[in-house]
Design a protein around this ligand. Structure first.
Ligand SMILES: C[S@@+](CC[C@H](N)C(=O)[O-])C[C@H]1O[C@@H](n2cnc3c(N)ncnc32)[C@H](O)[C@@H]1O
Ligand code: SF4
Ligand code: SF4
Length: 338
């Protein structure tokens, strides 16, 4: 991984393991063309691809989709990735978590991030297209009862016009239930994976969204959540349109689709398939100049393409934080590197 950081090669794989989903979020278009199970990578194919990616220097994997828990073999996939030496993070809407898989997940060295954008039932229905907030809150309560989870468990909120006024409440709810918290702005500039919903977009309410991220930054700072704080710093600059920071697609992270195609990020249409040509050749066939043009002219702010690069660029700030709070940094290193 260190070699990849130095060479500017991806160390984070965003693996959209399925396009199937049990929700109908209006901010997302992935569910609109679901994948067929027969077209999704098998466990054996995943093993071959990820061995190749490991030899390339990748270390972290975001397992998402679609809804990753719809894959019946998701726990086997996670176990396989751990055996291969990856650090997986499961990103889920949480609706298929149950006593059985919560217990198994908490016993694996896997980080879990549950999406929760609101604490209001009507808003949840509006954002996620299904009336499942009571079920999700019940599941989160079950998760909160498990002590000694081996990975880091987060609640993750996508902030839009519909829910910016609730962001701090969700932050407090997450902390009260023993979760870490992160929030990212709703993206709607490209609509390959995202979708534009006028009721969520915030052109005219940008100041309020910026104010929300300022409050989150303060709350993160108070709680010693350095990684969240540095990401909010850049999210605010992005929302203010101050300058176009690199998004680090292709430099720090890369996307693999459910059938093995590779793409720089969620919003670029994939071209080649690494199942057929392997990661080295796939990289040669991709065109980085398009990325620079994209983040300069039509930037967006996803956790995968932004977070990984921000952490590297802010190593000096993290270093000075470490001198004051060594235990906090040790807990992150334990969760993400060992
Ligand atoms: C695409 S989903 C896949 C995993 C899972 N289905 C879920 O919802 O958590 C991953 C994350 O992307 C977020 N997301 C979806 N559409 C988005 C958009 N247009 N802008 C920013 N984040 C978005 C979701 O809220 C979720 O936290
Ligand atoms: S954001 Fe997640 S839960 Fe919502 S439709 Fe997209 S993939 Fe499904
Ligand atoms: S800004 Fe980056 S993450 Fe967003 S669409 Fe462009 S290349 Fe992809």
């Amino acid at each position: 991984m260190i070699k990849n950081i130095l060479l500017g090669r991806p160390f984070l794989i965003v693996f959209n393991i399925t396009r199937r989903c049990n929700s109908l979020c209006t901010m997302c278009s992935i569910w609109e063309i679901p994948s067929k199970i027969k077209d999704e990578l098998t466990l054996e194919e995943i093993e071959v691809i990820f061995k190749d990616l490991k030899s390339y220097g990748a270390k972290h994997v975001f397992l998402q989709g679609g809804e990753p828990l719809l894959r019946k073999d998701i726990l086997q996939i996670i176990e396989l990735l751990i055996v291969l030496g990856f650090n997986p993070t499961l990103i889920t809407n949480g609706l298929l978590l149950n006593e059985n898989n919560i217990n198994k997940l908490s016993d694996l060295k896997c980080n879990v991030s549950i999406s929760l954008d609101t604490l209001d039932r009507e808003r949840y229905k509006k954002i996620r297209g299904v009336d499942k907030l009571p079920l999700l809150l019940n599941i989160i309560e079950q998760c909160s009862k498990i002590k000694n989870k081996k990975g880091m468990w987060h609640i993750n909120a996508t902030i839009s016009k519909v829910n910016y006024d609730e962001a701090l409440d969700i932050f407090n709810f997450a902390r009260k239930n023993g979760f870490k918290f992160n929030a990212y702005p709703y993206n709607y500039a490209h609509c390959h994976s995202s979708a534009h919903d006028e009721e969520l977009s915030y052109e005219e309410d940008r100041d309020k969204i910026i104010e929300t991220f300022n409050k989150l930054r303060l709350a993160a700072q108070k709680e010693g959540m350095i990684f969240d704080k540095i990401i909010y710093d850049d999210a605010i600059k992005y929302l203010e349109g101050k300058y176009n920071m690199p998004c680090d697609a292709m430099k720090r992270s890369i996307l693999i689709t459910e059938n093995g195609k590779i793409s720089p990020c969620l919003e670029f249409k994939p071209k080649c398939n690494i199942k057929e040509i392997g990661i080295h050749q796939a990289f040669k066939e991709m065109d980085y100049s398009k990325i620079k043009k994209c983040y300069t002219e039509t930037p967006c702010f996803y956790g995968c393409t932004r977070g990984s690069g921000i952490v590297i660029r802010k190593i000096p700030e993290i270093f000075f934080f470490t001198l004051r709070h060594p235990k906090i940094i040790a807990s992150y290193i334990k969760a993400y590197f060992f």
